[in-house]
Design a protein around this ligand. Structure first.
Ligand code: ZN
Length: 158
């Protein structure tokens, strides 16, 4: 079965940056995603279109089809009182914070007496993403998966 919109696809992948450093990879189990619903970055989704189980692809995804360009407006100040209770903020620490209806990872870039400077750009913003991918499985999505617009674990609709 070929990868098309509304198929659930299992992939094994390794993601490297321009320096060749591995920044992410699938673990013991492949990553399952629902094709055509932006579950994965656009550039990788486009490259996988039409492939079949067993295919291996190498693709370099530019930032505009990956995690976007770095936006200086996503640097802001936050009072220390808004951090989780008992936390001792340090430069480089990461927190999940709620921004509108989405959760983003905020990295502390400066610590002051009463507030911290946080950067909510994606850690891979501005980066070209070098993926090595092997397609393991392609199957029809279930009704539940199409309603939720993401892949589910076997025999589960939550
Ligand atoms: Zn679901």
């Amino acid at each position: 079965m070929e990868i098309r919109r509304n198929k659930v696809v299992a992939i094994e992948y390794t993601l490297k940056d321009d320096q060749g450093t591995v920044v992410d990879r699938s673990g013991k189990t492949p990553l399952y995603y629902l094709h055509g619903h932006s579950n994965i970055v656009t550039g990788l989704e486009e490259a996988l279109e039409g492939h079949k189980p067993g295919d291996s692809i190498e693709v370099s995804v530019p930032p505009e089809k990956g995690y976007g360009s770095y936006d200086p407006k996503l640097i802001s100040n936050m009072p220390i009182s808004r951090l989780p209770e008992g936390s001792k903020p340090m430069k480089g620490q990461k927190y999940n914070i709620q921004m509108g209806n989405q959760t983003r990872t905020a990295t502390i870039t400066k610590v002051r007496i009463n507030d911290v400077e946080i950067d909510t750009n994606h850690v891979l913003a501005d980066k070209t993403l070098h993926f090595s991918v092997r397609v393991r499985q392609v199957r029809e999505a279930t009704k539940g998966e199409l309603e939720h617009r993401h892949a589910h674990a076997p025999h589960s609709d939550h």
